[in-house]
Design a binder for this molecule. Structure first.
Ligand code: ZN
Ligand code: ZN
Length: 134
C-alpha cells in the first residue's frame, strides 16, 4: 500500500491578493482576496484528489466574530418593545420583551432575564448589570 502524495501549496501574494500553486502537480488556484481563502482553495484541490484533509480549525478571531454575531442575534430577539396601552395600564410597564412574553396580560419587563444575562458578563455596558437590575 502506498501513501497518497501530499500536495503542498506554494503561496503567491500580489497587490493584496493571494493565490496558491501546487508544488506536487500543475494545479494553480485563482487569485483570492485573502491568504485564508487561497489556502482553503488548495485544501479543496487536495480533497478532490482523494486526500483526507481535516477541516481547518477556526482562528480565535473567527470564533470571536461568530460569538459576537450570536450574541447580536439573541439581543435582537430580546429588544424591548413598547407595551400596548392596555398592557401598560394593567401592568404599569411601558416596555416589555416580545420574545419572553407569552401572555399579553403578564408581560416580561425589559431588560428581560436574557438581556440581563448577556449584559451581566460585559463590563462598561450601558445596560444595567444583573446585580444593578435587581
Ligand atoms: Zn496538486
Ligand atoms: Zn427576553
Amino acid at each position: 500500500m502506498t501513501t497518497p502524495k501530499q500536495h503542498r501549496a506554494q503561496l503567491w501574494h500580489s497587490s493584496g491578493q493571494c493565490r496558491t500553486q501546487c508544488r506536487t502537480c500543475d494545479w494553480a488556484g485563482a487569485w483570492q482576496p485573502s491568504e485564508a481563502a487561497a489556502r482553503e482553495e488548495h485544501r479543496q484541490h487536495r480533497r478532490a484528489l482523494g486526500e483526507n484533509v481535516p477541516p481547518r480549525a477556526p482562528s480565535q478571531a473567527e470564533r470571536l466574530r461568530a460569538a459576537e454575531a450570536a450574541v447580536e442575534r439573541v439581543r435582537r430577539l430580546h429588544t424591548p418593545a413598547a407595551s400596548h396601552p392596555v398592557m401598560a395600564f394593567i401592568t404599569d410597564q411601558d416596555e416589555h420583551c416580545p420574545t419572553c412574553t407569552r401572555d399579553a396580560l403578564a408581560p416580561v419587563a425589559s431588560p428581560c432575564p436574557t438581556l440581563r444575562a448577556l449584559d451581566g458578563a460585559l463590563p462598561n455596558s450601558d445596560y444595567p448589570t444583573v446585580q444593578e437590575a435587581r
